[in-house]
Ligand binder design. Structure first.
Ligand SMILES: [Zn+2]
Length: 199
């Protein structure tokens, strides 16, 4: 992805896509380049995301960069104010205030790179991503490889005991015995809706 960045002021780049599409890898790549260019660079991640390493963002491919955890969007602004380049990983997990926090960082002159899932496992818009995609200056939607057919995957399939998770299951289940796959649209299996939800 070659593009010309503004030569002054701040801006927002959004990197989205399903799980296993290389979002964290791309986030790390961009922030590392900023660091090499002599900029003050910081990656912030939500405190709930403790999948691999509390002090780092680690991509599925194994790239790693130190990161600080933020419990709220107010924390993001507090921690990242003053940095030239700010990466935010798993941005969809932050509260609605993340949009204003990012706007504030941009107003301070920061380049903000926000990476996250645009759609949840139900294929529904995730958190503040619709707004962030709308206000972003630059957007990249990455695709993964479909676990079923090998085609380009744009959706995240959630499986519980090997079966599609029900539509009404909690979006975030920390430590649940479930798994995720990247799927293309034809291979994606929507979960069943319960009586309660369809009534
Ligand atoms: Zn497929």
């Amino acid at each position: 992805m070659i593009r010309t960045h503004p030569n002054r002021g701040g801006w927002l780049e959004v990197v989205c896509g399903p799980m296993f599409s290389g979002k964290s890898e791309e986030l790390i790549r961009r922030l590392r380049r900023a660091e090499i260019a002599g900029q003050r660079a910081l990656i912030v991640k939500p405190a709930v995301d403790n999948r691999y390493d509390v002090g780092h963002v680690v991509s599925h491919a194994g790239s790693k960069m130190r990161a600080v955890s933020a419990g709220s969007s107010a924390d993001v602004l507090r921690l990242a104010a003053g940095y030239d380049a700010v990466g935010i990983d798993e941005v969809q997990f932050f509260d609605d205030g993340i949009v204003d926090a990012i706007e504030s960082l941009i107003a301070l002159g920061a380049r903000v790179v926000a990476a996250g899932l645009a759609q949840d496992f139900r294929a529904q818009p995730f958190g503040s991503m619709p707004t962030l995609l709308c206000v972003a200056d630059f957007v990249d939607k990455l695709e993964a490889v479909c676990h079923r057919c090998g085609g380009p995957a744009t959706l995240t399939q959630r499986l519980v005991d090997g079966r599609p998770a029900s539509f009404d299951g909690a979006t975030v289940q920390i430590g649940a015995l479930d798994s995720y796959e990247a799927r293309c649209r034809p291979c994606y299996e929507p979960g069943e809706r319960s009586e309660r939800a369809t009534a």
